[in-house]
Design a protein around this ligand. Structure first.
Ligand code: 3HC
Ligand code: NAI
Length: 690
């Protein structure tokens, strides 16, 4: 009856098959025939039961996100669910793959839900800055209870079919051909006869709601929301499901949804959804990828150990190489300890830990890397050491093996040029801790072969990383922009701001922590070493390091951390040090506003991003956003720095950059030409040179 939907009959059971690839999203072109089908089957006396199934890899994965922000075309999802609930014969949703968002809401419009053993069910709207707007917040609590619904809706995390069955969301779980099982299930219901109660009229889950416990949970979630509106709206809507009759609760949900869908936060989060998928697209995607079966990691320090874990967690056997037996044992012991912490926390079983550890082979002999298809070096950040390692690799690595470096700053073209196989050399810039952080900057060097690049992009996805392909420059995308963000830190301190004040401006903006807290967490000695290597200084940070104040690891940095605590406490000694330095330089302290802190930290960050786009170091502005959200904690509700620049106004940013450029003469404030294009056209891509 439509390209996107068909109806088959099996005796008295009508099977509605939705077929809207790739994920059966509820686009307008599907909603229209779906509505027609439901009305037709409702009014057809020969139909005893209705089963809704999906073709392809998944049940309906939600509303069509591309339609948000545009005028709603009727019928909308709510009208479809209402029609579904007006059917008095039994209705059954047969779920395979993922029933997400509007998909689960559609299923909640049915009397019954059956699922394949591998199915997952959830309401992830919160991740798009939304709440479920098709009745999910009002219907789900009726089946699983308000507290469980609250947790599912505010986390956005899907649950398994088994868990959904135990919670009362799913009525039966089947292995094997789902449609056959669902049809038999529906036929049996029809045989027994109704009446069947729609979810809107059920209250199984609501009967024993502890409103005080729900409010306590909601208050806790609101504290963790970090300025995001959606989690709070989700919690409020679930509360309405408990305290209001169905229809007013549904209307309240709608009103909240309409408000959120038009908000900058939701626009930002929707931008990130598509940006993440876009980032994975490279022009070389059609080439034949190289086979990756075993991975070598050189250096078992902070990064090497984490990188090796990331690959082992993704199911790859890893050969870990160190300079000495002692260093190797130290590295392996750290890996063991990290897995043990996961076991203690309950996120890994003892058995899974054993399996992961069995993936590792330790070695101190480069010859043992001969059977590796990809070798990642994470040795000291020193060009001579890197070249030595690549020299040794050339002698042992099999032809076609991909040779990767985890360097933070060094010129990968230079490393590649030192080998006879530059086409196999690529940068894999992991973030610390490498087994946890999602971001992976994949650095394409001048001569990296397309198939080598395509292979590592694919591999990144396989180990659960968010990959962004970038070009070679000092610090690549992330660290280069970080340097721009931090370039005024010391000046701000000397002119009168405190570390606490600056950090507070950052957390108020939505960052998980400010730059000084981040420095203390990462270790101030890292930046100190880097500066020394480049002949640079930072008077306050250098002095702190000279005093042995490296941050959390020494209990002191920009803040004090007493008795092993991770809570930063402002230290009068640091403030005195700052004032003494300012006095010596003849800088009189003055009040510094939050706006000034933003202008002197985040505007240079965006300006550097614009330069990076001009140079073609990043292919898209949205790639930069993905780097910053996944690698540095840029608030998701602001969509990343380049998206936020659009909200803030490129014209305003240019004006303030010019002001600070005039005052300081510093290059970081000199507006990039692309920023001007952005101000004129409203688009970063208009002037990008890629
Ligand atoms: N709307 C529009 N397009 C969607 C979509 C959606 N809901 N979900 C996925 N797509 C697109 C992707 O952009 C991608 O397009 P591309 O190939 O052109 O880049 C394509 O479908 C395939 O998606 P993935 O690459 O993500 O495929 P995976 O197999 O890795 O993952 C998935 C499948 C788990 C379903 C994942 O796509 C996903 O999480 N989708 C979003 C689910 C979601 O957020 N649903 C809620 C929507 S909001 C809603 O329903 C509001 C309602 O309450 C009113
Ligand atoms: P680290 O000092 O913790 O570890 C380096 C390890 O390499 C040491 O265990 C050392 O014994 C080993 N090593 C040195 N030379 C070797 C050789 N020739 N053969 C085998 N092993 C050798 O250093 P870290 O922090 O792990 O950094 C490693 C690399 O990762 C550097 O290039 C660094 O810039 C980069 N990086 C570091 C990040 C961080 O946050 N620490 C983040 C991203 C990249």
């Amino acid at each position: 009856m439509s390209d996107f939907l068909r109806i088959n009959r099996d005796g008295g059971v009508a099977i509605v098959t939705i077929d809207n690839p790739p994920v059966n999203a509820l686009s307008f072109h599907l909603r229209e025939p779906l509505m027609q089908a439901l009305v037709e089957l409702r009014d057809d006396a020969s139909v005893a039961a209705v089963v809704i199934v999906c073709a392809g890899r998944t049940f309906v994965a939600g509303a069509d996100i591309t339609e948000f922000g545009k005028p709603v075309q009727q019928p909308d999802l709510r009208a479809i669910v209402a029609t579904l609930e007006s059917i008095t014969k039994s209705t059954v949703a047969a779920i395979h793959g993922t029933a997400l968002g509007g998909g689960l809401e559609l299923a909640l419009g049915c009397h019954f839900r059956v699922a394949d053993t591998g199915a997952k069910l959830g309401l992830p709207e919160v991740k798009l800055g939304l709440l479920p707007g098709g009745g999910g917040t009002v219907r789900l609590p009726r089946l699983v209870g308000a507290l469980k619904a609250l947790k599912m809706i505010v986390s956005g995390a899907p649950i398994s079919a088994t868990e959904a069955h135990a919670a009362g969301l799913v009525d039966a779980v089947f292995e094997g051909d789902l449609t056959t099982h669902a049809v038999n299930f529906a036929r049996e219901l029809a045989r027994k006869g109704g009446p069947f109660t729609p979810v809107r009229d059920r209250d199984d889950g609501l009967k024993e709601t502890d409103l005080a416990a729900l409010d306590a949970e909601a208050a806790d979630l609101a504290r963790k929301a970090r300025g995001l509106d959606a989690p709070i709206a989700c919690a409020l809507s679930v509360r309405n499901a408990v305290t209001l009759p169905f229809d007013p609760a549904l209307a309240a949900e709608r009103a909240l949804f309409v408000k959120l869908v038009g908000s900058d936060q939701s626009r930002a989060q929707r931008h990130l959804f598509f940006a993440e998928r876009e980032a994975a697209k490279i022009s070389a995607k059609d080439v034949v990828k190289r086979r990756i079966a075993r991975i070598g990691v050189i250096g078992a320090g902070t990064m090497g150990g984490g990188i090796a874990m990331a690959f082992a967690n993704g199911g790859y056997p890893v050969t870990l190489l160190e300079t000495s037996h002692e260093a190797l044992q130290r590295g392996l012991a750290t890996i063991d300890k990290n897995y043990s912490v996961s076991v203690t926390r309950g996120s890994l079983t003892e058995d899974a830990k054993r399996q992961r550890l069995a993936q590792f082979t330790g070695s101190t002999d480069y010859a043992d890397l001969a059977d590796c298809d990809l070798i990642v070096e994470a040795v000291f950040e020193d060009m001579a050491v890197k070249k030595e390692v690549f020299g040794k690799l050339e002698a042992v690595a099999k032809p076609g093996a991909i040779l990767a470096t985890n360097t933070s700053y060094l010129d990968i073209d230079e490393i590649a040029a030192s080998t006879s196989r530059p086409q196999d050399v690529v940068g894999l810039h992991f973030f610390s801790p490498a087994n946890v952080m999602k971001l992976l900057e994949i650095v394409r060097a001048q001569r990296t072969a397309p198939d080598a690049l395509a292979t590592v992009v694919d591999l990144a996805r396989r180990i659960g990383k968010v990959a962004v392909v970038v070009g070679v420059c000092h610090g690549f995308v992330g660290n280069r922009m970080l340097a721009a963000r931090g370039s005024e830190s010391e000046a701000l301190l000397l002119e009168g701001a405190t570390p606490r004040q600056i950090d507070q401006v950052f957390t108020d903006f939505g960052w998980p922590m400010g730059p000084f807290q981040m420095g203390d967490l990462a270790g101030l000695d890292i930046g100190w070493r880097n500066r020394k290597a480049q002949g640079l200084t930072a008077v306050i940070a250098d002095t702190l390091c000279e005093q042995g104040r490296f941050g959390q690891k020494t209990g002191k940095g920009f803040y004090l951390y007493e008795n092993g605590s991770r809570t930063p406490v402002p230290d009068p000694q640091v403030e005195a040090l700052i004032r003494a330095e300012a006095d010596e330089k003849g800088i009189a302290p003055r009040a510094i506003s939050a706006e000034e802190i933003i202008e002197r930290t985040l505007y240079p960050l965006i300006n550097e991003g614009a330069k990076i786009l001009e140079e073609g170091i990043a292919a898209r502005a949205s790639d930069i956003d993905i780097v910053w959200v996944n690698g540095y904690g840029f608030p998701v509700g602001k969509g990343g720095p380049m998206f936020w620049a659009g909200l803030e106004g490129a014209g305003k940013i240019i004006e303030r950059l010019e002001y600070w450029h005039q005052r300081t003469g510093k290059d970081v404030f000199k507006p990039a030409p692309l920023l001007k294009t952005m101000a004129e056209t409203g688009s970063w891509e208009a002037g990008a040179t890629v």
